[in-house]
Design a binder for this molecule. Structure first.
Ligand code: GCU
Length: 325
């Protein structure tokens, strides 16, 4: 073989080698979400990224992009579906439009307390829901606590009657729209990033969320009454593209799953601590808290359970299993 031919075969050989999957390839995964760096879910996902790196012996390098830099929750999910983006943090309300099983989390007053909510997330039904979106191109790795959602508006919401005629911003979730309808308000689905301006300019009159919306997203600057009716407990969800997941080695998949599980528990503590801090922060911004009787809210949304039982036995079964967990 001439020197030239020899060189060519070495070059071709090394090109071929670099194309075949090396045993210990470093996987660089981007993770998009819509909260800021101060938010407990960002802190928990940074911890998850660090643990995934350690547990995979440096194979998994996850970079977390906050503040919707890579798009809204919906846009990020669409990128995850086709594998253009590896991971995203969304929540069960937004995910209902992609996989209806997530709708089970969106029924108002499903959980009696925080421990019940955790048993449901960590139980079989919770795990099944995480897997339910595989046909849609992604799977859930874990849930993150997002507390309870309550109404905030320019006046206290003491009973469903106070919602009458109000434009209430909701997430793009069929259950959220139905809930507001039953409570007497007009549901206006909007992306989270548009909400501050929408509240400020009166495009919507009210919204509903946990306390971080008031403080970390500064909605407390433009909306001064938070009424703790705690209608839903809808977890955030960390998802990964099925295309990316299937390409990972089995040991990397195990490492990532373990890191995600650990970060859920880390978040559990962080969230409990953050709730007090955020309440104090909101009060400092001049937000007034009130504690309405929950009964009239519960009664008004009861038909959602009956409607679901009629319309979707599968999701209703998940609801029942979570309720009994
Ligand atoms: C919560 C949740 C976000 C979601 C937001 C919303 O803050 O953590 O993922 O975008 O609610 O109401 O849109």
């Amino acid at each position: 073989m001439s020197v030239k031919k020899g060189l060519i075969s070495v070059v071709i050989g090394s090109v071929l080698l670099s194309c075949s999957a090396p045993l210990f390839a470093v996987e660089r995964l981007k993770l998009s979400h819509n909260h800021g760096r101060q938010h407990p879910v960002h802190v928990s996902m940074e911890m998850m990224a660090k643990r995934a790196d350690e547990l995979s012996n440096g194979n998994l390098k996850i970079r977390v992009y906050p503040d919707a830099q890579l798009g809204t929750q919906r846009e990020s999910l669409e990128l995850v579906q086709n594998g253009a983006l590896a991971m995203a943090k969304s929540n069960a309300a937004e995910l209902e439009a992609f996989s209806k099983a997530y709708g089970a989390f969106n029924l108002p007053y499903l959980f009696t307390d925080r421990e019940h909510y955790y048993r449901a997330m960590q139980g079989d039904a919770g795990k099944e829901i995480l897997q339910s979106s595989r046909p849609q191109g992604f799977i859930g790795l874990t849930y993150y606590d997002a507390g309870a959602r309550s109404f905030y508006a320019k006046k206290p919401i003491a009973s469903p009657a106070d919602l009458k005629g109000l434009k209430v911003r909701v997430q793009p979730s069929p259950s959220a729209v139905e809930m507001i309808k039953l409570l007497g308000g007009n549901a206006t689905p909007l992306a989270y990033g548009e909400l501050y301006t929408a509240l400020q300019q009166g495009v919507v009159d009210a919204a509903e969320n946990n306390l971080t919306a008031l403080t970390l997203n500064r909605h407390g600057e433009v909306t001064k009454f938070y009424s703790v009716d705690e209608h839903t407990m809808i977890p955030d969800v960390l998802v990964i593209s099925a295309k990316v997941w299937d390409k990972l080695s089995e040991s990397d998949r195990k490492a990532l799953q373990q890191a995600a599980d650990e970060s859920m528990l880390y978040m559990k503590d962080l969230w409990a601590k953050s709730e007090e801090t955020e309440k104090a922060g909101a009060e400092k911004m001049g937000v007034e808290f009130s504690y309405p009787d929950k009964k009239p809210f519960q009664e008004a949304v009861q038909p959602m359970y009956e409607q679901l039982e009629q319309s979707d036995k599968e999701v209703y079964d998940l609801v029942q299993r979570m309720r009994n967990s």
